[in-house]
Design a protein around this ligand. Structure first.
Ligand code: ADP
Ligand code: MG
Length: 251
């Protein structure tokens, strides 16, 4: 019996050592859709992704991926299982060439034909990377780096992809480019994507399902459009009004 959710957490409590960051979080990622997690700086968005990847301490609760409980699984096993993660920083090797970065990313794949196929797939999606193959990754522009980082995750053939603030620090024009790249990727691959963003409106415009996070808890869960059109989006976002409006989950 297949669930419509590829990933679910139940009652998740997470932190770093004694520092408790996330409280009783129920997070559900619908298969084949784009899920957005928005919230201001420091509310625990990155920590949620790290917990799912096995990179933060889970105090209690469950994480289920494709029906399998993965709480105890080491990070590299989760990657092999198909959890793709693009961290906000340190997601490329600046001194290596674009081609080397992509090859390096496929370290879990032993078959060289398969690596070639994956590279072709990435170049189809982001043709500009093909022209840049010999260039050191550190010489790419901000938007191109994000493309490369996305390509690197795709090299590992993920079943789901989590992207942490891909537009952080980019100029407004590049924000549009990066969002468009992600949209194209989502459309082309049909992969379920979890996009974590501080730029709430820009991200919500491009998502299907959405969560808003404040102080390690969700203050909204529902359709992205609904949150986008919510009269109190700004207030909820900035925390001027604490609105807890968890929607009944679509069954
Ligand atoms: N490695 C760490 N050790 C201790 N505290 C951390 C660590 N990483 C993040 N935190 C704290 O956890 C909280 C949430 O951080 P984070 O998940 O990065 O927020 P966001 O991604 O929403 O900006 C912050 O208070 C931050 O200081
Ligand atoms: Mg973060």
């Amino acid at each position: 019996m297949g669930s419509k959710y590829i990933l679910e957490t139940k009652g998740l409590n997470v932190g770093y050592g004694p520092i408790h960051v996330i409280y009783d979080l129920d997070f559900r990622v619908p298969d084949g859709e784009v899920t957005i997690v928005v919230g201001p700086n420091g509310v625990g968005k990155t920590t949620l992704l790290k917990a799912i990847m096995g990179l933060a301490t889970v105090y209690s609760g469950d994480i289920t991926f494709e029906g399998q409980k993965i709480n105890e699984m080491p990070a590299y096993e989760r990657t092999k299982l198909g959890l793709g993660y693009m961290p906000q920083v340190g997601n490329i090797f600046s001194r290596l060439s674009v081609a080397e970065n992509l090859r390096m990313a496929a370290y879990t794949v032993n078959d060289s034909d398969m690596i070639k196929d994956k590279m072709e797939f990435v170049f189809n999606l982001f043709p500009v990377l093909k022209d840049f193959m010999p260039r050191a990754a550190g010489t790419l522009s901000g938007g191109e780096r994000q493309m490369l980082a996305e390509g690197m995750v795709l090299m590992r053939d993920p079943k789901m992809m989590m992207v942490d603030e891909p537009t952080a620090g980019l100029m407004p024009k590049l924000v549009t480019d990066v969002m468009k790249q992600l949209k194209d990727m989502a459309d082309e691959t049909g992969l379920p994507i979890v996009l974590v963003e501080q730029r709430a409106r820009r991200a919500l415009e491009f998502g299907d399902y959405a969560y808003m996070m404040r102080g390690g808890r969700f203050t909204f869960e529902g359709n992205a459009q609904e949150l986008l059109n919510h009269p109190q989006l700004e207030a909820m976002y900035l925390g001027a009004v604490e609105v807890r409006e968890l929607k009944t989950i679509r069954e």
